[in-house]
Design a protein around this ligand. Structure first.
Ligand code: SAH
Ligand code: SF4
Ligand code: F3S
Length: 480
């Protein structure tokens, strides 16, 4: 069934017109100079940002830029993350460097976008300390990039001085989804596909809802059409993206569910593997578990962020599940998909975390047996409820817990490693190994890496490989 949503076709048409106008301008410059303009994007943060960078790249290529792998380029763009404080600091470091570079490159444009730009303080700091930046935009108006470049160039043409040329376009929130703009996908055989934007969960430590806005689901039809056209282009694996994919469809009219969407994608011929990221434990339904159990295509990997094992702390984090319900969820998933690989995110040092709370976290790690986990030291984000809690944890206490957690995770990964040794499993071959050119690298359904000898022509194929030896984080395999 086709669901109605909030796709904006008028805006897409307007932006395509501006892209074409800029293309004509760049083509005529190219005819005169004989030199094609280059661009470089530095992407920070999560898969949502990586996917946004593909869209940005698509627009820039359509205008007439070619990609280059250093910041010594005509257009440099930083797509930022602000989930933790150190993410911001890395961006300021890069800006210092590119500012010096810009002095020796007349006509160079520097843009900065992404989650950090949705914070007023970060934008103020850039305006004051990095006035050479040309364009600032946020997470809601990426589709407008060509229009922003045009405005910046027009500012220069009418003779404005550098300090008045900066174009700042920030939207607090929007329900607009603009489909069918250019796209530049990184891999020909696997692709990320947005299914839901934004987040409504307001976990008390997290800044994402403030910088990515309210939940907006794409129409089922738009998603299915995109995946079908990806298949036509040779894509075999899709990764469905959202801050909380289990929330998919709640704001569509009529409502849809993530399980329903998965069933529709499963029917598409040519799609061999379906992945998704991220699942919130509070919304992971039994229906979804059943769909995963019955599916031939959904990969045997579930990233299920737990954040903490303490029910008391989970409540203050506003996660809306308990230690027991998380463990029960894991039990039901393992029942339905016995060979599933579970991974997670954990925060250490959340305000008020006691030694007892922390021991509960270690207990869940031991009980679940995660294949791997991303562990984070709590980072205070201004504007979130947790930043105002008065029982912040001392750095050395948090660091000590972090090290103990890491060692527990390493034990858990070591226990999980090697369980498929001596089996023959399907591998999606992804690339030539970066360390050893004689080897190819691919992934199992459960996301584990496999290195094996083979010919480059296999890249993009799904082939059976004998898993000869486990090396902990990867297998050495042999092609059959
Ligand atoms: N939407 C996903 C995760 C998005 S952010 C989810 O809900 O699971 C990725 C991870 O960063 C989170 O899972 C959390 O573990 C971590 N994180 C978010 N805010 C943080 C903060 N203030 N300090 C430390 N880690 C944080
Ligand atoms: Fe952040 Fe929670 Fe939303 Fe994930 S679910 S993005 S942790 S607020
Ligand atoms: Fe970072 Fe934004 Fe993703 S804050 S983690 S890039 S949603």
């Amino acid at each position: 069934m086709i669901k109605t949503g909030n796709t904006n076709e008028f805006e897409a048409k307007k932006q395509l017109d501006i892209i074409n106008e800029l293309k004509a301008r760049y083509d005529s410059e190219l005819n005169k100079s004989g030199v094609q303009k280059t661009y470089h994007i530095e992407t920070f943060g999560c898969q949502m940002n990586s996917r946004d960078s593909e869209k940005i790249s698509g627009i820039l290529k359509q205008i007439g830029y070619i990609e280059t792998d250093t910041e010594d380029a005509d257009f440099v763009l930083y797509n930022t993350c602000t989930v933790r404080e150190n993410a911001n600091n890395r961006v300021y470091g890069r800006l210092g460097y590119v500012g010096r570079l810009k002095k020796s490159r007349p006509g160079m444009l520097v843009a900065i976008c992404g989650c950090m730009m949705q914070e007023t303080t970060a934008v103020e700091k850039i305006k004051n300390s990095y006035p050479f930046v040309d364009i600032i935009f946020g997470t809601h108006n990426i589709f407008k990039l060509a229009e922003l470049i045009k405005t910046r160039l027009d500012n220069e043409e009418v003779g404005r001085k550098q300090s008045d040329r900066m174009v700042i376009d920030l939207w607090k929130d929007t329900d607009m989804i603009v489909e069918n703009l250019p796209n530049d996908r990184k891999y020909p055989f696997k692709a990320g596909v947005n299914i839901i934007f934004g987040c409504n969960n307001y976990c008390s430590y997290c800044i994402v809802p403030y910088v990515r806005g309210r939940e907006r689901s794409r129409n089922i039809k738009d998603i299915i059409d995109e995946i079908k056209s990806l298949v036509d282009d040779g894509v075999k694996e899709v990764m469905l993206l959202g801050q909380n994919v289990n929330s998919y469809g709640k704001n569509l009219n009529p409502k849809a569910s993530f399980a329903e969407l998965l069933k529709e994608i499963e029917k598409i011929d040519g799609i061999k593997r379906i992945r998704f990221m991220t699942s919130h434990p509070k919304d992971l339904s039994q229906e979804l578990i059943d769909v995963m159990g019955a599916s031939k295509k959904i990969c045997k990997h579930l990233h299920l962020p737990m954040q903490s094992g303490s029910t008391r702390l989970l409540k203050i984090m506003n996660r809306k599940y308990t230690k027991e319900s998380y463990l029960d969820l894991v039990r039901r998933i393992k029942n339905a998909v016995p060979d599933i690989s579970l991974t997670t995110d954990i925060i250490v040092g959340f305000p008020g975390e006691t030694e007892e709370d922390f021991l509960e976290t270690l207990d869940v790690v031991r009980k679940v047996g995660f294949d791997s986990a991303f562990t984070f030291l709590y980072s205070k984000r201004t504007g979130t409820p947790a930043a105002n809690m008065d029982n912040q944890i001392e750095d050395d206490v948090a660091k000590d817990r972090f090290d103990r957690l890491l060692s527990e995770i390493q034990d858990s990964s070591a226990r999980a490693a090697g369980r498929d040794e001596h089996k023959v499993l399907e591998v999606l071959v992804e690339e030539v190994n970066s360390q050893n050119e004689a080897l190819l690298t691919g992934r199992l359904s459960n996301n584990m890496l496999v290195h094996f000898e083979g010919d480059k022509s296999l890249i993009g194929e799904i082939i059976p490989v004998y898993l000869q030896e486990s090396k902990g984080f990867y297998y050495i395999g042999r092609q059959l």
